[in-house]
Design a binder for this molecule. Structure first.
Ligand SMILES: [Zn+2]
Length: 272
């Protein structure tokens, strides 16, 4: 009996990717002849692509390339793999992944051996983000929705906190036995992790509202960050600033904060 999936770690470690991107090979070898699926071939590196092809061959050969979202560390090897195997690249949109051959709508399913893989549209980290859910084995390939390392980065303009929170809430409605993130180790206690993510973002949001209450009207993001991220190395403050901006844009959309002048922010005064 074949394992549900195999993780091949891509040779692209960095501050943003941790040890590298988890590329997934799954399915294949079932009743149909659809072949195996590769999720997120990350880099155009010959030895790494060889490993993917070999793992695919154990499963009857790779039939499809799926991309979670159009960041380079999720699709950097897609074209080279397509050229080798003559298979199609699937992604949410060509706007997000220009090399995609087929656009994948929310809910679309793919045969994956004895199981079925379903696309779940989860925008937020990026507008075109899909997670992929193995229905019978209840495994979620979460891309950058959830990280096995730390909380992931939601950086405008690509990232949208409003959409991201909605996507997390959507995942709360799914019966998930295991999360396989694109970076870091797998997560067994899926719903506890999702709840933790939501609580963490809600706490940050409260801190931002409190900071706007205490600091003068028109305070800027670089002025807010040290007041909120007291426990974080100042070297990481520029990354924290992305997160604060993402939260402010969400709160602006919800009518709770507004801009003053060029770069200032303030609470919306309640109308009596
Ligand atoms: Zn990403």
């Amino acid at each position: 009996m074949q394992t549900a999936y195999t993780i091949i770690l891509a040779p692209n470690p960095s501050i943003m990717t941790g040890p590298g991107t988890n590329t997934i090979v799954l399915g294949g070898g079932g009743g149909g002849n659809e072949g195996a699926i590769v999720i997120d071939p990350a880099v155009d590196d010959a030895a790494y692509l060889d490993t993917l092809v070999q793992e695919g061959e154990k499963r009857g050969g790779i039939g499809r390339i799926l991309i979670t979202h159009g960041h380079p560390d999720h699709m950097g090897g897609a074209q080279a793999l397509r050229a080798r195997l003559h298979v199609l690249i699937y992604a949410f949109s060509r706007q997000g992944v220009p090399v995609a051959d087929v656009e994948v709508a929310d809910g679309k399913t793919f045969p994956a051996g004895e199981d079925t893989l379903r696309a779940i549209h989860t925008p937020g980290h990026r507008f075109d983000h899909h997670s992929y859910y193995l229905e019978r084995q209840r495994i979620l390939f979460a891309g950058d929705m959830i990280s096995g390392l730390t909380t992931n980065v939601i950086a405008p303009p690509d990232g949208n906190m409003f959409d991201y929170m909605n996507s997390l809430q959507r995942l709360q409605e799914i019966d998930i036995a295991e999360i396989v993130p694109a970076h870091g180790p797998t997560i067994a206690n899926a719903q506890a992790k999702i709840a933790e993510y939501i609580a963490h973002r809600q706490l940050r949001e409260q801190q931002i509202l409190q900071t706007l209450e205490t600091l003068p009207r028109g305070v800027t993001i670089p002025e807010m960050v040290p007041a909120i991220y007291t426990d974080v190395d100042p070297k990481l403050h520029p990354i924290a600033a992305w997160s604060v901006e993402a939260h402010l844009l969400k709160l602006e959309k919800e009518g709770l904060v507004e801009r003053i002048g060029e770069k200032g922010w303030t609470l919306v005064e309640p109308t009596a």
